[in-house]
Ligand binder design. Structure first.
Ligand code: GLN
Length: 478
């Protein structure tokens, strides 16, 4: 029996039935990692010893009947999520030797459950990118076609799960970094509602956009992992309250209403999308119709501006968030004459080209002469994008788009930054609106004789991950 092809749900059942131990399961993954990681480079660091110790502890929990949904489940952590005592580099030279001094809230929650941490997964530096080519430590490869990227920025996470080097992984999604790599590697990727999962201990990229979420083999697994990490956290000021506010929808105690209507913003999809992807998408929509969903054409007139808005709001927040890496407080410090020199030398040596580009762009759009023309304008359009979703959700239960305009691309093929940014066309609207979105595999498109997986994206109203899980499960069933 191949222990590395399981889902979380299957592994849970077998672990509880004592068909094999958590240590067996972890060892199976460590074996694959040893063989495949040198080529695929999903992990920047593998924690063999501590993973085995955690697996043994998980076995004790199971023996005592104290297991939880993730007890003994081996997972990969994106390198921008803190684990106390471990290096967390965000795939940047500036944090190459930085050891986290505390656990992220999601880390704490996983530790309580007795999950097994296999290692830290590669990513684009500070989560900026769509391919892992911006990692300071070299890219990860797509296990389905090694000449292609695994997506990004959570590309190490997606490559790890797709190559059976982890049962599941955590990623972060600021503008698509969980969903796009999931789409490129045939996985399910969930970006939760803004504030549903604590960002305490996640290295901030775009603070008004970031969310941590799961990359898994199935929708059911995405739900299991999401349930384990969600919840209010007083240490994150943007964390959503659990209950008790009548002005916020709460699912507690509410009977679940099956989603019935799916909106498709067709005019938004047509432009620039690979025809094979559009065909797959329409095929998938037809299947959903056959399953009983009503498919509704919707107009979202401001959503097409999402990419432009994102590439103003996000760099503005990046430039602010990365200010702290100054050679004094964290990580790398290049000795120089005087404090200003330390700043500039450290940041010049520590940040890669994309990080520097976004810091410059962000500083520009926030500068006094241009903030009105760019940053404030973008914020205004952002609220119109949010309104588009609010209006759509008066008519439909969810919105569907392809996750990405094209399948996984070859290394080096998007050296023009704008070509890379266009990748995010369908994923950024959900981050700007703060609503949850999931990517679920919808088959493959063939390129050079290889079947490359592609995903369909489902977007739901604020706090309605339940809608995503219901539709995701139906997509898998079809
Ligand atoms: N690809 C997008 C970017 O480069 C998204 C990144 C992310 O979600 N972290 O900004």
């Amino acid at each position: 029996m191949d222990l590395t092809k399981l889902t979380i749900a299957e592994a849970r059942r077998a672990l509880d039935a004592k068909e094999y131990s958590a240590l067996d399961l972890t060892n199976a993954y460590l074996d694959v990692i040893r063989v495949k990681n040198p080529e695929i480079h999903a992990y920047l660091e593998v924690w063999e010893e501590s993973a085995r110790a955690e697996a043994k502890r998980a076995d004790e929990m199971i023996a005592q009947g104290k297991q939880m949904p993730l007890t003994g489940i081996p997972i990969a952590m994106k390198d921008n999520i803190l684990i106390e005592g471990r290096i967390a580099s965000a795939a940047s030279k500036i944090l190459e030797n930085y050891h986290a001094s505390y656990d992220a809230t999601v880390t704490k929650k996983l530790k309580v459950q007795g999950a097994v941490f296999l290692g830290r997964a590669n990513m684009d530096e500070f989560a900026m990118g769509s391919s892992t080519e911006n990692s300071a430590f070299g890219p990860s490869k797509n296990p389905i076609d090694l000449s292609r990227v695994p997506g990004g920025s959570s590309g190490g996470s997606s490559a790890a799960v797709a190559a059976s080097m982890a049962l599941a992984a955590l990623g972060s999604d600021t503008g698509g970094s969980i969903r796009q790599p999931a789409s490129f590697t045939g996985l399910v990727g969930l970006k939760p509602t803004y504030g549903a999962v604590s960002r305490f201990g996640l290295m901030a990229m775009g603070s008004s956009l970031d969310q941590i979420g799961p990359l898994t083999r199935t929708t059911e697994d995405a739900k299991i992992l999401f349930d384990a990490i969600k919840g209010n956290d007083p240490q994150d000021s943007t964390s959503l309250p659990e209950t008790g506010r009548s002005d916020l929808p709460s699912l507690e105690g509410q009977t679940f209403q099956r989603p019935k209507r799916i909106g498709v913003p067709r005019s938004f999809l047509a432009e620039g999308t690979d025809p094979d992807i559009l065909k797959r998408f329409e095929g998938q929509i037809q299947k959903l119709a056959k399953q009983g969903y009503e498919i509704v054409d919707i107009e979202m007139s401001h959503v097409p501006y999402s990419l432009a808005v994102y590439y103003i709001v996000m760099p503005a927040e990046v430039s602010t968030n990365l200010e702290r890496f100054d050679g004094i407080r964290y990580g790398l410090s290049v000795p120089a004459e005087g404090i200003k020199e330390v700043y500039s030398k450290t940041r010049g040596a520590g940040f890669g080209a994309e990080a520097r580009r976004r810091i410059l762009l962000g500083t520009f759009v926030l500068s006094s002469g241009y903030a009105d023309a760019y940053y404030r304008k973008a914020r205004a359009v952002r609220s119109l994008i949010r309104d588009d979703f609010m209006k759509a959700f008066e008519i439909v239960d969810a919105v569907a788009t392809p996750t990405c305009p094209a399948p996984a691309f070859k290394f080096g093929s998007k050296s023009d930054p704008l070509a890379m940014y266009i990748e995010d066309i369908f994923s950024t609207p959900a981050n700007l609106a703060g609503v949850p979105a999931i990517s679920v595999p919808m088959g493959a498109v063939n390129r050079d004789g290889v079947d490359l997986p592609v995903g369909i994206q489902i977007i739901a109203p604020h706090r309605r991950e339940d809608v995503l899980f219901a539709i995701g499960t139906d997509i898998e069933r079809a």
